[in-house]
Write a protein that binds this ligand. Structure first.
Ligand code: 9MR
Length: 382
């Protein structure tokens, strides 16, 4: 009888109670509520993201994106997402060597300063990127003539000046970026003409890496200093070389605080490599930053590819997997955060660099949330 009443009540509103009923009204209503809830939510209750739930509000560690000052200034959709979704900001390009020292001893900080003040206004951490990289150098560096002392002075002056300018304004730096080769895990070296050698290694010797960290620490003693590189999830030789490099630096007392794992991945990648890499990196005891995450959907360069629901769902699941695996593999005290490389498909480097259609980020090219946004959101809070 009771069941019958409840069953009816669950499917029909309003509920009319018999005036002569002896059951207290409150009790009946509680019973109805309980029974209806049980029926309608058979699975455990999870927090359902509403349209206003932001990444930064759910993440138990900083969640960031690479950003570009021109887009913040010129595009209101970009501005809105940049200022509300993230708790950490990485300058995508404006703190690189060519941007900060376009001519010898002439420094340019206005774009970087803009991002620093945008971050402060919106209560975001700045993770600065980068001081020393083998590429994106101005021509004057590539053509620099001088003996090893002149090279050392130019190298040190750049680090002193840039890290010194941002002292106390940024939380951290990628001090040395991508110093390890892809093929055999050794240091990039002299093959500058092939495009992947390091002019720094060539002129300064292999210990330029340690000295970059020492100079950066002297210029900004409170900044956390990172070694940042790609391919750690798919190239175990490179991963092990990076771990050997940073643990060697640490053992010598070189001030290094963390490792950036770029994670430019694609939907077809082997997830085991991601889990293994995060576990091995975490075992160093250093801070671990997923520093440049994006998930390509078109790694085979198909020029006529179109975005399908199935691809969107696969990408969403992968974003969720990355965030969940980071939480599972990296102890809380070592989580420096997860940063995507930009946040909208309109601003991603991938379609330009590979000259192909692609959709690697959590917002589409019109700045709408994709399934990937919700996958990341779920992974951050689970
Ligand atoms: O996304 C960046 C792109 O706009 C630049 O043209 C390029 C060269 O400076 O660098 C891209 O960012 C790279 C980052 O600085 C280091 N890791 C790889 C990133 C993608 O190429």
């Amino acid at each position: 009888m009771k069941k019958h009443l409840i069953k009816l009540a669950c499917h029909s509103t309003p509920i009319f109670l018999n005036r002569n009923s002896r059951l207290p009204v409150l009790f009946v209503m509680l019973l109805i509520t309980y029974s209806c809830k049980k029926k309608e939510t058979p699975t455990p209750i999870v927090v359902t993201p509403t349209d206003t739930t932001t990444l930064r509000s759910v993440a138990p560690f900083p969640v960031g994106a690479a950003m570009n000052p021109d887009l913040i200034k010129d595009n209101t959709f970009y501005y809105k997402i940049a200022s509300t979704q993230y708790s950490s900001l990485t300058p995508e390009n404006v703190m690189k060597f060519a941007a900060t020292e376009p001519a010898l001893n002439q420094f340019s900080f206005s774009d970087g300063d803009y991002l620093v003040s945008f971050a402060a206004q919106n209560h975001m951490r700045v993770h600065a990127h980068n001081l020393i990289w083998y590429t994106s150098l101005p021509d004057w560096v590539v053509n620099f003539q001088g003996d090893s002392l002149a090279w050392e002075s130019m190298f040190k002056t750049h680090i002193d000046s840039v890290a010194g300018h941002y002292k106390g304004k940024v939380a951290s730096w990628d001090v040395v970026n991508e110093a390890i080769r892809d093929d055999n895990g050794t240091l990039r070296n002299q093959d500058v003409s092939a495009g992947d050698g390091s002019i720094w290694r060539r002129h300064l010797g292999p210990d330029y890496i340690a000295r970059a960290f020492l100079y950066a620490h002297a210029a900004d003693p409170n900044a956390l200093l990172f070694y940042n590189d790609y391919g750690q999830e798919y190239d175990v030789v490179k991963l092990d070389s990076i771990i050997a490099l940073v643990t060697g630096l640490k053992a010598r007392g070189i001030p290094i605080s963390g490792i950036g794992m770029e994670m430019h991945i694609n939907v077809n990648d082997n997830n085991t490599g991601i889990t293994t890499a995060l576990q091995k990196l975490a075992a160093t005891g250093l801070l671990i930053h997923i520093s440049e995450l994006d998930i390509s959907l078109n790694p085979s360069n198909n020029q006529s590819m179109v975005l399908t629901d199935a691809l969107e769902q696969a990408q969403s699941a992968e974003y969720q997997f990355v965030a969940e695996t980071y939480r599972a593999a990296v102890p809380a005290a070592q989580r420096y955060g997860i940063t995507t490389w930009e946040f909208s498909d309109a601003a991603s480097w991938i379609p330009i660099y590979y000259n192909r259609p692609d959709w690697p980020l959590p917002f589409d090219a019109s700045y709408n949330k994709k399934a990937a946004f919700y996958g990341l959101l779920t992974g951050l809070q689970k």
